[in-house]
Design a protein around this ligand. Structure first.
Ligand code: NAD
Length: 442
């Protein structure tokens, strides 16, 4: 049993905290957002993640997990401190590391307060970057803590980047492909070995800088696969070939693999877009122009325009045409709309003068806060009613088995754009829809 502190109770921090608690550790979580902590004290999880609320309830009741407003309490009672704060994009694409800096200063100030206390715990702390950060951030965190707490503070810094996927986060915590840990010495390595002993996955130990790069390089590589297949889908559209067959043929080669070879309206979310921008920026700061990744970004941004072109091809003029968007979250299983392709598509349609209606099983409230002045349907059928065109932007399971004959009767014109290539195109065509996928031959 370890005493663990989690700074930041977003997707990563809360899942990490609750899962470490389930493994029998004593976990305390803080967040600078007071209302979030108040909610969590009542076991209300402020975002949707399957199974998380139940886990938080159970671990809180079992007294393995607690929430606090006090960083002093966290630092004094935790041997291992995970920094799980956000690292959003600055306007120029660099990672905004101000939350990481703030957390480092707060840790150091609290360490200052306790260093002279004769506490039961020794005053060694393992401070861990779990947030996704550009290479060399660890050096800055270390330097910041040493500046604020210059003497008598005994700590190691480590990097343990997170690879969980929203919608699958708890499973990913307990069954990761691998655990990446960047350490500076054997002492920290030993603690991580103990901490992750219950998880049956290889731990890859590296230095801190390499661990930081592994996270950016992995997310950029996956984004590259998506943009690559999206580029191929454009060639398919020009010659009438089928991107799905091509992805199957390519993916059967073990060196390539079939994952992340799904053509569509592009990647989004709180990670891929910002991580790629941050990786390009840090490379540039270090004197390397990452042209490959710039092209990945460019292709991804173009995918939204391809949807608008398809809408024009189907409807001719878009002004005053009613378009239903089904799926607002950046992927199924989450209510997260950060950098969701739906946002860009809605904006482009509004610019064209369309009337936009939307529906999502989970993400409506978040989208209403961002774009309040459009119509939000009660369900798919309500959204389809009176629409000239439906655009499927997220491949939610519940969209796979809809009553499409009913949808056809409700719509003004029978047009579907399948932005995720997940619908049964032949069936839709057979009942009278004009179907348009991304690089998919029907
Ligand atoms: N969301 C994902 O799927 C995912 C997956 C892997 C890695 N990551 C990375 O993990 C990090 C966190 O992501 P997230 O999605 O959980 O972010 P998030 O924005 O949902 O949560 C971050 C939390 O940190 C809190 N916070 C900020 N500064 C603080 C401070 N000084 N003290 C206490 N709390 C503070 C915020 O209030 C917020 O609740 C990011 O670097 C992200 O790139 C995210």
């Amino acid at each position: 049993m370890r005493k663990i502190g989690i700074i930041g109770t977003g997707h990563v921090g809360l899942v990490t905290g609750a899962c470490f608690a389930k493994l029998g550790n004593r976990v305390i979580c803080v967040d600078s957002d007071i209302t979030k902590i108040e909610k969590l004290k009542k076991c209300i999880v402020p975002f949707y993640e399957p199974g998380l609320e139940e886990l938080v309830k159970k671990q809180t009741t079992d007294k393995n997990l607690r929430f606090s407003h006090s960083m002093d309490e966290l630092v004094s009672s935790s041997e291992i401190i995970f920094i799980c704060v956000g690292t959003p994009s600055n306007l120029d694409g660099r990672a905004d590391l101000s939350y990481v800096e703030q957390a480092s200063i707060q840790i150091a100030e609290s360490l200052n307060k306790i260093k002279n206390e004769k506490s039961k715990m020794n005053n060694y702390r393992l401070i861990v970057e779990k947030s996704t950060v550009p290479v060399l951030t660890g050096q800055w965190v270390k330097r910041t803590i040493e500046l604020v707490a210059p003497t008598g503070v005994n700590f190691d810094l480590a990097a343990n980047p997170e690879f969980l996927r929203e919608g699958n986060a708890i499973r990913d915590f307990f069954h990761p492909d691998r655990i990446i840990v960047g350490v500076e010495n054997k002492r920290a390595q030993h603690i991580f070995k103990e901490l992750y002993r219950p998880i049956k996955a290889p731990i890859i130990f590296t230095d801190v800088k390499s661990a930081e790069i592994i996270k950016h390089a992995s997310n950029s590589f996956l984004s590259m696969k998506i943009s690559y297949i999206n580029a191929i889908s454009q060639i398919c559209e020009k010659v009438g070939a089928d991107v799905e067959m091509i992805a199957e043929g390519m993916g059967a080669d073990r060196r390539i693999g079939k994952d992340f070879l799904r053509a569509g309206i592009g990647y989004g979310g709180s990670c891929f877009p910002k991580d790629i921008r941050a990786f390009i920026s840090i490379a540039e700061e270090l004197g390397y122009e990452f042209g490959l990744l710039k092209e990945v970004e460019k292709i991804n941004n173009q995918q939204k325009n391809i949807v608008i072109k398809k809408a024009r091809d189907l409807l001719w003029n878009l002004r005053e045409k009613v378009v239903g968007i089904l799926g607002l979250s950046f992927k199924p299983g989450t209510d997260d709309i950060r950098e969701s392709p739906s946002i860009g598509i809605i904006q482009l349609l509004l610019d064209e003068g369309c009337v936009v209606k939307c529906y999502d099983p989970r993400a409506m409230e978040n989208m209403k806060r961002l774009i309040p002045d459009i119509h939000y349907g009660k369900d798919v059928y309500d959204t389809a009613e009176g629409s000239h065109l439906l655009i499927f932007a997220t491949e939610w399971d519940e969209f796979k088995n809809l009553d499409f004959k009913k949808i056809l009767r409700l719509m003004r014109t029978p047009y579907i754009i399948d932005g995720r290539n997940f619908l049964d195109a032949r069936y839709l065509k057979s009942i009278g829809f004009t179907y348009s996928g991304i690089g998919r031959r029907v």
